[in-house]
Design a binder for this molecule. Sequence first.
Ligand SMILES: [Fe+2]
Ligand SMILES: [Fe+2]
Length: 1231
Amino acid sequence: MRGLELVFFAILLVLATLQVAISHGEQPLSRIAVHNTRLRLSENADIRASPSILGLKGQNSEWVTLEYASPNPSNDDWIGVFSPADFSASTCNPDEGSKQSPPFLCTAPIKYQYANYSSPGYRKEGKGSLRLQLINQRSDFSFVLFSGGLANPKVVAVSNKVAFTNPNAPVYPRLAQGKMWNEMTVTWTSGYGINEAEPFVEWGRKDGDLMRSPAGTLTFNRNSMCGAPARTVGWRDPGFIHTSFLKELWPNSVGNDLVFSTYNGWRRRGYWRDREGEGGFKEGERYTYKLGHKLFNGTYVWSRVYQFRASPYPGQSSVQRVVIFGDMGKDEADGSNEYNNYQRGSLNTTKQLIEDLKNIDIVFHIGDICYANGYLSQWDQFTAQVEPIASTVPYMIASGNHERDWPGTGSFYGNSDSGGECGVLAETMFYVPAENRAKFWYSTDYGMFRFCIADTEHDWREGTEQYKFIEHCLASADRQKQPWLIFLAHRVLGYSSGTWYAEEGSFEEPMGRESLQKLWQKYKVDIAMYGHVHNYERTCPIYQNICTSKEKFYYKGILNGTIHVVAGGGGASLADFTPINTTWSYFKDHDYGFVKLTAFDHSNLLFEYKKSRDGKKRKAKISPIPKRQYNPVISQLETSSHGDHPLSRIAIHEATFALTPLAHVKASPSILGLTTGQNSEWVTIEYSTPSPSVDDWIGVFSPANFSASTCPSENPRVYPPLLCSAPIKFQYASYSSPQYKDTGKGSLKLQIINQRSDFSFALFTGGFLNPKLVAVSNKVVFSNPNAPAYPRLAQGKKWDEMTVTWTSGYGISEAEPFVEWGPKGGDPIRSPAGTLTFERSSMCGAPARTVGWRDPGYIHTSFLKELWPNTVYAYKLGHRLFNCTYVWSKEYQFKAPPYPGQDSVQRVVIFGDMGKGEVDGSSEYNDFQPGSLNTTKQLVQDLKNIDIVFHNGDICYANGYLSQWDQFTAQIEPIASSVPYMISSGNHERDWPGTGSFYGNMDSGGECGVLAQTMFYTPTENREKFWYSTDYGMFRFCIADTEHDWREGTEQYKFIEHCLASVDRQKQPWLIFLAHRVLGYSSDLSYAIEGSFEEPMGRESLQKLWQKYKVDIAMFGHVHNYERTCPIYQNVCTSKEKHHYKGTLNGTIHVAAGGAGASLSPFTTLQTAWSLYKDYDHGFVKLTAFDHSNLLFEYKKSRDGKVYDSFTISRDYRDILACTVDSCSSTTLAS
Ligand SMILES: [Fe+2]
Ligand SMILES: [Fe+2]
């Protein structure tokens, strides 16, 4: 029981905070403080209304003129219209805010206007007049003059009563499609209950026999309302709502009588061939109908006569025209109830539709119908406004927040937007062919269209009843007959650039497209349309944030995705767009308007957006072939290029000879590493040339004899200098010799590392693009080029195993590699090492396979097992040559990891995208990687306070220039030889087209993962699939591989779930998820422009796992900056705390830490709700677990090593067990 309560509480908590940042403005009537009303009747005041009897000609709407006078006029005097007229007659409803003193005003007026509205002299003269439009609302009316403004209303005078001749008359018919295609429903309102009269519709084919169909009757009482104002001042008797079902209609047209003519390439309906006398209908032939009530005294009350045209047979080919919009609301033609420019477009939209009505077949008003917001009288006024439309064509509605949302009533969102109506009004006032009208989802066909209408105010996510309905609706359309498949919903479940969706960091209603895009794609939905955002926007055809077509106006053939449209500008006050221009947004309009679809036939659809102010259009034509294919391979997802590799600037293949005996290059010393066997040394280069130029440069080649051999077949070259390899580094000749360009003499100091071969230095003229070889230096070589170098530690597959990986020039046919190691000061033992290498043919493409190729030597890994926890070990690398001599590295040390769950202070450093930098300033280009050396320096300085390092992808940006991996392992040697250096795979390690990487770009420069897999050890099952789990004391790390598919159902997804699920949180409370690309949340500009704030399909796929298994922190790289979010789930912050988290987090904290070295990437200017701290600088993250209950998170800048952002988590085990939204499996009531 306790568990259930917690779950329930937590769900309420989250959905309450989901309450969207939009209010749509207030209902104008809510400005009036009805309960504050007092009496200030004055003998000298007066108000009169005329005429006092309305609708003498049977009409249900009439203008009334008011004349009034006051002895103390004021600018905020106002006129309220009350109905029933006797507004103060009864005591107030005892339940609802009873009132002790007269005037017992417990009801809001049905409309109001300022007394000086059309009488500017009112304040001086105390006299005014006003014209107001009244509609028949089943009761009489009175008009009251108030002083004291809306906040402190005082009744000054009350008018005579005004009434329609028959207040109970049947009014405002609205048509809707029934559950069958040949059924039309007519719903109307009257004052006749079933005890007074029998309601029915008399109808038939025009000029044919009439018949009568009975109507059902619904009503409801105050207790059906869920809260105020609907239950209090907004309540008004709704009368009776009748619905009649007109069945077995003849379709709008018959057989093949259509004659087409061609106009501008468009097939257009020509004319009907006259089939009179053969039983066919003529074009436009309609049914007539009128509403009737047979009173029990035998008399009849009738409405006027209306007409409609029956719907076409599903699949029938005829021109079919559909109008779609949301959020129209109502407006008052007399200017009353105007507030804050609320709903000013509503009347324009209505007017345009009425004017074009003969060219409209069906209307969809997709939610936010009239914004009554609990003031029930407004529903009558809305049905009166749309009567000309709704009485003539089916007026289909969807449910919006303003119809449905109310806390604790089963709505998906717990806000108060419905003003207490909680859906009752929408469900009753309009018919929809839903199975259960409280669940507002339904399917309806119109000829060649299939519409699937979702209800965003009820849960639509996978596994729900509604999700099943949506799938069934989409799947069951026969596309050969009904090619035009349209998805409709109120809130934006797809894509919107509306400001608040952008600020939520989602560009949609969170959980919208994550949940439904698979269905839209699988069933090839053509267009998905939404309201809720009060503007217009159209996207490209899109799937998973990627445009599937670049065409903007004339779609031919396969769309490959769904076009998403926001058409929420029907009338309510407009909503702004974010300034971010996303890649998928094709057209935006901050204005009122609506959409019209015209299906000319099974192959041609016209989409038009029209402005409400003038009815003019913007169009796009779609002519898809009904059968589309879905290609699941993602080829062009690249979002960030990270800049080019500096070596790629050099046009190696263009190199030519310009050797001259007058030029020379000299390098010294010529033997390196003599003093201590070191693997890194500075070399001085001196050079001179008779014809210097500012773009002359020095290239460092290794092997030294770079032009000796013929080039391999991958990059054939037949003329000398046979330069087939890129230099390993380069520098301008004038870099440290500014006089070089004048004197032709210069010198340079370069740092050289031991890379298993000799070196030469070449002077080039002609810049990088037309390199001409001028002179080559003497050779330089390390005393032992094959020496074991650059050890890097990594955790093994077991907690008590440390792996040592290093590089040497000794193959297994020359020497036996091993590690000699043991507790510091103890007896050493020797552990053998395995050896890996690879060939040029292992590379997937250029430059790795061509100019970037360089012999990788041999990569050895030894497994040091059965370590004692936290013990310091010494080790050195050894090779036993077959002549029985030994080659040794220097001695290194490491501390063994703690036992999993062991309580000790444990310190973890995490960053991504560090890359390498050159201390000699070489290979510098475009400020690439300026932070890399700083980060390395900070870590080396703090090394005694670091236990393990995670380099979260984009390791060295070698990008296919293999020599750079040696240089990277040399750069990090001080770190990686002392603490485990764990890597994950990034795009720059893995991506290459056609090689199984999830992304088909060329970021790895042809390495396709081979270098990363070989140069570093990771405790994966399969090193090509770079996901793994590793424990460090109280930490469990689950490392994902974003370059392979992670989505639900994949091998990796199963691994992630298993890694998260299999940790004993009592022993290992700190659960960290790592991945290179941002699968969570990032404000990086590239992700913002994609409109996703993440790698598309990231959090959609994984957030359920993070939440269920209570991941504390999810960390990413790829974006070259730093950012931290609130604890978050499904785009909603689950805690407002920013620095000191205590107890349950309820969500996961997401961190982008990709600023370790590569050139920085900018943020969007948009401030999302979830982004707590951003830094456009180089830096890294450090986690310190003090014990099982206290974790410290620090972000440090690389430039100074100081902490710029931090937070703590303090909690105990019970807090991890606590249930939060979606984190506990269902509980049982059994005891
Ligand atoms: Fe809405
Ligand atoms: Fe990356």
